[in-house]
Ligand binder design. Sequence first.
Ligand SMILES: [Zn+2]
Ligand SMILES: [Zn+2]
Length: 88
Amino acid sequence: MTDLAQFRPDQDYCVYCHKPAAGRCAICHALVCADCCELQDGLIRPLALCMKCTGIRPRPGRMLLVWLLVTACFLIALLAVFLLLSSA
Ligand SMILES: [Zn+2]
Ligand SMILES: [Zn+2]
């Protein structure tokens, strides 16, 4: 059972879940594992961002989704008004 007792003090751990870290966040340089970071497209290579920094910087894709939802809600409201007016 020496394997279980083995301790590696030079091992870096994820700041969120304390698993062995895979790398550092591109913005705040916090140590994160593969589960707690999100890969985003960078100019040269993909950037790994921690959960905190992905919250600070919303992805363009997410913004597009919000805009689509806002547009859809607006169209539905417009349709409801149109139906109300045409039924009266
Ligand atoms: Zn983690
Ligand atoms: Zn970060």
